[in-house]
Write a protein that binds this ligand. Structure first.
Ligand code: HEC
Length: 167
């Protein structure tokens, strides 16, 4: 038992270079699993997360007049906060080699912008600031859209952010 723990503790040290040859990629390969292609990540993680954020504050005009949807309970605000926080972390994920390899430097810049805007999105929810959530939501859209303009998806679904944020 003791022997096994010692052996396990030695693995990261070996990979980090006490053995001398393994490079960082090997070390990452031991633990990091790319679970989704970029397309799957966008369609099933990024887009639904951004929608959760955008949907949390909405100004709707219809035949019954103007309605405002906004978070009310602490739980609602927590969901909005979680969406903002997730957007930030998705920016970090996009910077990992699995997604950034073969892309230009601007890929990393767009991803960093997503981290920054995600943090602002989270902060707006922490402050329970309805107007800020709406406004930062527009900026989130612009960041998505900016990357798509440089790296256009082959089959861009209609709901994917491409142009100006919705008014
Ligand atoms: C760093 C660049 C980058 C950023 C930032 C980015 N995307 Fe994408 N997105 C892509 C690329 C590349 C594709 C094309 C994937 C493919 O089809 O291979 C894509 C595709 C998509 C798609 C289409 C997926 C499908 O069904 O084919 C959606 C929806 C999408 N992105 C939503 C978003 C949203 C929402 C944001 C912002 C919260 C965002 N993206 C931010 C690079 C980015």
């Amino acid at each position: 038992m003791v022997k096994r723990i010692l052996a396990a503790a030695c693995i990261p040290a070996l990979l980090a270079g006490c053995g001398g040859t393994a490079d960082q990629e090997d070390a990452a390969g031991e633990t990091y699993v790319q679970a989704h292609t970029i397309q799957q990540l966008m369609a099933n993680v990024v887009q639904p997360t951004a929608e959760n954020y955008w949907n949390s504050v909405q100004y709707i005009s219809d035949e019954d007049g103007n309605h405002e949807i906004e978070p009310e309970t602490d739980e609602d605000w927590q969901r909005t906060r979680a969406a903002g926080a997730t957007i930030a972390e998705l920016g970090n994920l996009l910077m990992t080699p699995a997604y950034s390899e073969g892309r230009g430097e601007d890929w990393t810049q767009f991803s960093q912008s997503l981290v920054e805007v995600g943090l602002r999105a989270e902060e707006a929810a922490v402050n329970k600031d309805v107007d800020a959530v709406f406004e930062v939501g527009g900026t989130v859209y612009s960041v998505c859209s900016a990357c798509h303009q440089v790296y256009p998806p082959e089959n861009m679904p209609e709901d994917a952010p491409t142009g100006e944020p919705p008014a």
